[in-house]
Design a protein around this ligand. Structure first.
Ligand SMILES: *[C@@H]1O[C@H](CO)[C@@H](O)[C@H](O)[C@H]1NC(C)=O
Length: 369
């Protein structure tokens, strides 16, 4: 009886010990996280103070593990969030340092978010492309320099690539078109140069492509129009030239198209203005010429239609007054001529929507026809 009791206690102890061993993160993952931590300095919130002890799966701020094998799956560190740790200090996050390549030994990582810390510099570790399970890479709002790794296309499972608001340079690697799971691409507000890959249309899962505020040259690849799911395309504030591919107007779910502040020439494709799903269009500050296509219908619905600062000529199409809704219309700073149509949407617009044209007349301008 006594022997059985001792045996039972021993068995229970063994079970307890072995379960802690199973639930704790492997020492190699812990070591990688500690190396990642040691390359960063976060002086105000103390988030890394929680990164102590042997089990990196428990109570390490921003770290989560796969419950079945205790491998590190996610690192989610956001410098701007609703988390109570920010409430307590009453300030948003700030961090300096760089992203240690030690991250790359976390070979089960699916999510890496190190966002809005404002001060993290250095480059994206090139070895990041060897993380086969990576789905989300979000490094927005830091001071990251260097290029996007040349073989980024190896990340077959990547759905989100967000490096916006950094100081990324170099060209967009042609390999990017191999990111066959990519849904959300945000490279905006960096210093990216070079042209858009001609076969960008291979990114067939993509629904948002934000590449604004860079130094991109070359033309808009017409293959983009083959991206069935693309809802939001922003190429504004670059140095893009050439014409707007007419096929873009036939995209089934495109709702926002911002091409403003580039060097785009040619005419505005009629299909673009007759696409009733397209609701926000900004083509301002380009060199678009020709006449405004007369293709508006009672299905026309624009929250924003900004065509200002181009070289458009001729008259404002009468059909524009058939539109169901136009929130913000800007035709100023072109070479338009003739009378401004009467009725909706023209009756709620201000003179500034029509100013600085060659010879427009009628309300709301002071000039009578
Ligand atoms: C359109 O783009 C121009 C130039 O980039 C910008 O100044 C303007 O505010 C934008 N229009 C709207 C309605 O957002």
């Amino acid at each position: 009886m006594e022997v059985t009791g001792v045996y039972l206690v021993a068995l229970m102890l063994f079970a307890a010990v072995s379960s802690t061993v199973v639930n704790a993160c492997p020492p190699s993952d812990r070591k990688a996280l500690l190396a990642f931590k040691s390359a960063l300095t976060e002086p105000y919130l103390g988030i890394f103070d929680t990164w102590t002890g042997t089990d990196c799966c428990t109570n390490w701020y921003g770290v989560s593990c796969d419950p079945t094998d205790s491998r590190v799956n996610d690192i989610i560190l956001r410098g701007e969030s609703e988390d109570k740790i920010f409430e307590r200090t009453g300030r948003s996050g700030y961090m300096t340092g760089w992203l240690s390549p030690s991250l790359c030994s976390l070979d089960r990582l699916t999510t890496l978010v190190v966002a809005d810390w404002k001060g993290i510099s250095g480059e994206i570790p090139a070895c990041i492309t060897s993380l086969p399970h990576l789905r989300i890479l979000d490094l927005i709002g830091n001071q990251i320099t260097g290029k996007i790794p040349a073989d980024i296309g190896k990340l077959e499972k990547l759905t989100v690539l967000n490096v916006a608001d950094n100081k990324i340079t170099g060209e967009i690697s042609p390999s990017i078109v191999n990111l066959r799971s990519l849904m959300h691409l945000d490279l905006s507000n960096n210093q990216i140069t070079g042209v858009l890959p001609a076969d960008l249309g291979k990114l067939s899962m993509m629904s948002r492509a934000l590449l604004n505020r860079n130094r991109i040259t070359g033309t808009i690849p017409s293959s983009i129009s083959g991206i069935y799911r693309l809802a939001d395309l922003d190429l504004s504030m670059n140095m893009i030239s050439g014409t707007i591919p007419a096929q873009i107007g036939s995209m089934p779910v495109l709702s926002t198209l911002n091409l403003d502040s580039n060097r785009i020439t040619g005419e505005i494709p009629a299909s673009l203005l007759s696409n009733s799903g397209l609701n926000i269009v900004n083509l301002s500050r380009n060199s678009l010429d020709g006449h405004l296509p007369d293709v508006f219908t009672p299905r026309t619905y624009f929250s924003v239609l900004d065509l200002s600062f181009n070289k458009l000529k001729g008259a404002i199409p009468k059909s524009l007054s058939a539109a169901r809704y136009i929130g913000h219309l800007d035709l100023s700073n072109n070479h338009l001529c003739g009378s401004i149509p009467v009725g909706f949407p023209f009756d709620h617009l201000e003179a500034s929507s029509f100013s600085n044209n060659d010879c427009l007349c009628g309300s709301p301008l002071m000039r009578v026809c």
